[in-house]
Design a protein around this ligand. Structure first.
Ligand code: AMP
Length: 226
């Protein structure tokens, strides 16, 4: 188990699409004052902005493949330099490959940092496609909802900010979710053993409800962040 850290914390959430990384990252953000950095969100913002990186990433994302390391690392490194990340970050969707994990180690080593803790969200494959294909978010604040599992308390109104605008991701179709799940097993799941070998891995049963999963994660994070 890692020591309680005083340097900026670097938490990593590992898990297949639909395992709840985004939802849980937002809860950890609130509980520990950290900043969620989702490479998927950063890439979607680049696509929406029509930047060079966004134009290059768009078709790869629509097919459920992995965007090049050059683009992903560039976008992430820019964001990690922002002042609000000084207490620490929760990486959601990164690293996704052994090469990205090595690149992250290199970037952190330059500022005498290292990965603080990796939380692996363990889920069965079967329900993941249903989870992914039914989800949507508030267009204003990003709060997540699901057609089956999590409705707003008042239909059509965001619980968190009151907005009535919602959106669905272009790649949250059953077909693309299958490709993304396959990419996870081929390229990302091996990172579980990598971080286990480094003594920073915590495995979380993520099939339970959102609040239960969050409580298990917070117990782990409290071991490394004061
Ligand atoms: P996510 O929001 O994490 O599900 O990511 C959505 C899509 O963005 C993925 O299916 C990939 O196409 C791309 N993406 C996000 N993070 C990465 C990453 N670390 N490396 C490569 N591609 C990524």
């Amino acid at each position: 188990m890692s020591d309680v850290t005083t340097t900026p914390a670097v938490l990593i959430l590992l898990g297949p699409p639909g395992s709840g990384k985004g939802t849980q990252a937002r809860l950890l953000e609130e509980a520990f004052g950290l900043v969620q950095l989702s490479t998927g969100d950063l890439l979607r913002a680049a696509v929406a902005a029509g930047s060079d990186a966004g134009r290059a990433a768009k078709s790869v994302m629509e097919a459920g493949g992995l965007v090049s390391d050059e683009i992903v690392l560039g976008i992430l490194a820019d964001r990690m330099n922002d002042a609000d990340t000084k207490r620490g970050v929760i990486l959601d969707g990164f690293p996704r490959t052994a090469a990205q994990a090595a690149a992250l180690d290199g970037v952190l080593a330059r500022s005498e940092q290292r990965v603080t803790q990796v939380l692996s969200l363990d889920v069965a494959d079967g329900p993941m496609i249903a989870r992914v294909s039914g989800r949507y978010t508030c267009a204003a604040c990003g709060e997540g909802y699901h057609d089956q599992f999590k409705h707003p308390a008042t239909a059509g109104v965001c619980d968190k900010c009151g907005s009535t605008e919602f959106k669905r991701r272009a790649d949250d179709t059953a077909e693309t979710a299958g490709a993304r799940l396959a990419a996870y097993h081929a390229q990302t799941a091996p990172l579980i053993a990598y971080y286990k070998g480094r003594g920073v891995l915590e495995q979380i049963d993520a099939m339970a409800d959102i609040a239960t999963v969050s409580r298990s994660m917070q117990v782990c994070v409290k071991q490394v962040i004061s």
